[in-house]
Design a protein around this ligand. Structure first.
Ligand code: FAD
Length: 531
């Protein structure tokens, strides 16, 4: 009997989905089975919950994603109760803190806002969809420019990149004009104020259908396509171990969270894309422990503020008709408060920051009705300067075989510190965000540095490297060093200091890994697909 090569993918976020899509579309003989610990939230698997119009449905989908902090849904996720501790951080909706304060919680006092999402689509069901390209030193230096261009454009295609979303919003245009007056002269050509590239599909009414894992999966989840016949997504299925023999993955041990049954699933290649903390944790639990595993943790730090747009400044740039049109457009899309997205990208040497400027109907917090800027008809901008963190071996997550977490995995302790290497750029970000705010209006929240972990963009914990020298976990094609058919994916692979939202870069890296798996599967002798 002929053998159908099978790839097991752990995690159904954008990265696992990119692997599935590229592998299935490149090789007509392969089957892909994707395992996801969390529940499916929407009829279309992996769709962004931001697209759900009904507020009750949206809240329910977010709640279901919150793993150990998922209230009534906790039991369906096979997770014991957690204790809500006074003073604890609250995670962004749809996510759950790693250090949630209950039994089996991770320990992360120096990285307290670290969070994850446990659902089909992963964090990609909750994300903001900003997908700028990495630039200058943010890129990986051992992938040449021509190949990188191809990888990143392929990733943009998978994510339905839009480079000019909301560009017809007159208020969005006015925001760009005011920021350009303030900063334009200091910025190099090609890296000035512009629209923020996002993932999604613009609609005729000016709104966006935001991209999620479903966008990346594409034909894999459309009935009747050849790819869909070879793709299977199993939700509420926790991968407990990657099984290996002499540098070769043989499959995964899975737990069906509905029945608690454990079984072995054989595979010809295994891809672990279970986020930047839980992927290294799974490798550790499987006895795969390269020296750099969990180390070199970075994120981009964010200095944020919220500003009420100033009528005096906007009026000369926005006509009455345009303003009325804008109000009508915003009212039409009450379910989605984002109405324009702008930015100043990273450039070296003089602008080592990413500024993200989101124009929205309301501030992201309840503003006291007595505040002079409450109910501002011109709306608000939430903006943040992304500041890079330089990788250090000291920053990272460690796993304890003697203390299990709420899922029964070796528990995590995160150690992390900002150092003198970051301080000057953090200080400069405060200065610049104040300038940006003053150019646009009145502060309704003072500029401040968000607590460590707030970016939700965790990088470096399974970094890729050009050589197996103990400072990386994966080779340039995302194989774990020393393994021929075990690959890792996600932001954790990014080895550089970054200020940008990392998902596009991670999808591009995944495309490279997926193409390599396809080559390896097709060149393997029949019956022994990769080896
Ligand atoms: P994830 O999306 O985290 O998916 C991993 C999946 O693996 C999860 O569903 C998890 O349940 C599953 N899993 C974990 N362990 C196991 C196991 N043992 N067995 C089975 N399954 C397992 N990024 C950007 O680039 N731009 C943005 O604008 C942006 N905004 C964001 C806003 C918010 C509110 C959030 C939450 C995130 C944002 N991000 C953004 C981050 C972005 O969502 C992530 O970079 C992206 O989702 C990472 O994809 P992934 O597939 O690697 O991991």
């Amino acid at each position: 009997m002929s053998h159908t090569p099978t790839v097991a993918i752990v995690g159904s976020g954008p990265i696992g989905s990119a692997y599935a899509r590229v592998i299935l579309q490149s090789d007509p003989d392969v089957r892909v089975v994707m395992f996801e610990a969390g529940p499916q939230l929407t009829a279309i698997p992996g769709e962004s919950v931001r697209n759900i119009a009904d507020p009750g449905e949206k809240a329910r989908a977010r709640e279901m994603s919150q793993g150990p902090q998922a209230g009534a849904f906790r039991e369906s996720l096979g997770i014991p109760s957690s204790v809500v501790v006074e003073g604890m951080f609250t995670a962004r909706q749809g996510t759950h803190l790693l250090d949630f304060g209950g039994e089996g919680s991770a320990h992360a006092p120096t990285f307290p806002a670290a969070a994850a999402a446990t659902n089909v689509g992963g964090q990609g069901a909750h994300w903001t969809c900003a997908i700028p390209r990495p630039a200058f030193s943010e890129k990986v230096d051992f992938i040449d420019d021509a190949e990188w261009e191809d990888l990143v454009s392929t990733a943009e295609g998978l994510l339905h990149q839009q480079s000019a979303a909301f560009s017809d919003s007159p208020i969005g245009t006015a925001i760009r004009s005011l920021l350009n007056d303030e900063f334009g002269a200091e910025l190099p050509a090609g890296y000035g104020v512009g629209t923020l590239p996002v993932a999604g599909d613009p609609q005729p009414d000016g709104s966006m259908v935001w991209a999620g894992a479903n966008t990346v999966l594409g034909p894999l989840i459309e009935a009747g396509t050849p790819e869909s016949a070879r793709f299977e997504l199993r939700d509420l299925t926790l991968v407990r171990r990657v099984e290996t023999e002499d540098g070769h993955a043989t499959g995964v041990t899975i737990e069906d969270l509905r029945t608690k049954e454990l079984s072995f699933f054989p595979a010809d290649a295994v891809v672990v894309a279970a986020d930047a903390f839980r992927s290294p944790q799974l490798l550790w639990a499987s006895g795969i422990r390269p020296r750099a595993l969990g180390r070199y943790l970075t994120e981009h730090h964010v200095v944020i503020t919220t500003v009420a747009l100033d009528e005096q400044r906007m009026r000369p740039l926005v006509s009455d008709d345009e303003f009325e049109g804008e109000l009508a457009r915003r009212a039409q899309n009450a379910a989605d408060p984002v109405a324009a997205v702008n930015r100043i990208p990273f450039s070296e040497p003089d602008h080592p920051f990413s500024l993200q400027v989101m124009y929205a109907e309301n501030p992201p917090f309840a503003l006291d009705p007595s505040h002079p800027a409450a109910g501002n008809r011109w709306g608000y901008v939430n903006m943040g300067y992304g500041v890079r963190k330089h990788p250090r071996v000291e920053d990272g997550v460690a796993f304890d075989d003697d203390e299990l977490d709420y899922r029964g995995f070796p528990n995590m302790t995160i150690d992390y510190a900002l150092t003198d290497a970051e301080q000057p750029e953090l200080d400069e970000a405060h200065v610049r965000v104040r300038r940006a705010g003053e150019a646009l209006g009145t502060f309704v929240a003072e500029p401040r540095l968000m607590p460590n972990g707030s970016s939700l963009h965790y990088m470096g914990t399974m970094r890729m490297g050009a050589a197996d020298d103990g400072t990386s976990v994966a080779d340039p094609w995302s194989h774990v060093w020393g393994f021929d058919n075990l690959l890792v994916g996600g932001n954790a692979l990014i080895p550089t200091a970054n200020t940008m939202n990392p998902t596009l870069m991670s999808v591009a890296i995944a495309v490279r890994g997926a193409r390599r798996v396809v080559e390896e599967l097709s060149s393997a002798p029949v019956g022994e697909a990769v080896r």
